[in-house]
Design a protein around this ligand. Sequence first.
Ligand code: AMP
Length: 436
Amino acid sequence: MSFKELGLSQALLNAIERKGYEIPSPIQEKCIPVVLEGKDVLASAQTGTGKTAGFALPMLQRLSQESQKHNRPVRALILTPTRELAAQVLEDVNDFGKAVDMRAAVIFGGVSQVPQVKAIRNGVDVLVATPGRLLDLVDQRLLSLSNVEILVLDEADRMLDMGFLRDIKRILALLPSKRQNLLFSATFSKDIRKLAESFLNHPVTVSATPENTTVEKIVQRTIRVDKDRKTSLTIKLIAEGNWQQVLVFTRTKHGANRLSEKLQIANISSAAIHGNKTQNARTAALAGFKTGKIRVLVATDIAARGLDIPLLPHVINFELPNIPEDYVHRIGRTGRAGASGEAISLVGGDEVDYVKAIEKLLGEQFKKDIIPGYEPVDPETAPEKKQQGQRPPRKPNPNGNPRNKKSGGGGNKSGAGAGNKSGGGSGGNSKWKGRR
Ligand code: AMP
């Protein structure tokens, strides 16, 4: 299947070629024709599958086919959970949009609104936005959404995890009722389905992970290790494996800072990114990581959301997420765009139940390794000692995190598929490749 066969215009085909994409990814193959027909779409796809072009290309084609209004009101709105994802989506939309004379802009919080307002005043066809700043500008009457024809909810599951449901509902109420809606989500909890039902109109369901394709697997390993030895084990794995580009997840901002400092002391260049960092600091850290100046990026789940790091070979879960779906998102950073990768989880004694919850969601058992010299001595961590009737593992406190409720039992086919497979099911021989 070629991009040409999907019904895209010559101008867009040229832009695709300039971008270096040779053949469509599976999600693009399925999404582009349906969006071109003007239908609503419910797509199961995570970052790394090529979903952005999957909605941006047909959306731009549709917009460009209709007569241009001279003041360029916002006709397509793309909502994303994070600033990083918004910035990346804008980059793709701009790369393609220029070819069909479509203007795009991005708005998100944490930075001055002045240039954003100026861009809107100059006229933009496509607006990429995070919900908070969008509503802020609407409330200040600096932005109108009354001409929106196409709405994209990107990474909808993450938006709900981040507590954006109320904002999303407010935004939906501001849009004209006659419009095309596209919803992308990596996982499908009950809440996501409820949201989808509330505004999608007879959607076509598409998935990036068809069950009948052979795909390369992300190698997933768990290593049992005592909590207080995780830092030194992380340093050992990175140094001895000579890993040059590693994304490490911690559960807390504080933990991210602490680990990043320890890595630097061990002579491994590193930066932490999390919600307390300024936008500039996050952008600089990500740029440094992409160019190879920074070897290890230590991130919290929310900060890492939407990072576009193709061909990332190593992900370490320094701590397990207490929401199983977050694991799916984390390991979605490995083996991007069809390449393979390795995801290692360091499992402390109090995290055994988290592993079980993730295994249940994915429907598979992980290999449980122990590294010589790092054998767990904490009776909670050492599996064989537990069997001898020692202290049972502490249960993660189900009330400790209110989000647990939301994701509880949210396991589903698409989540499991996404977690098992690399690059979103692009086929074992990874026919489509990342551009970098
Ligand atoms: P996305 O899932 O949209 O974040 O895309 C993941 C990565 O794949 C990005 O670096 C894209 O530029 C790249 N990409 C998207 N579609 C294609 C394609 N058809 N061929 C090669 N690379 C692609």
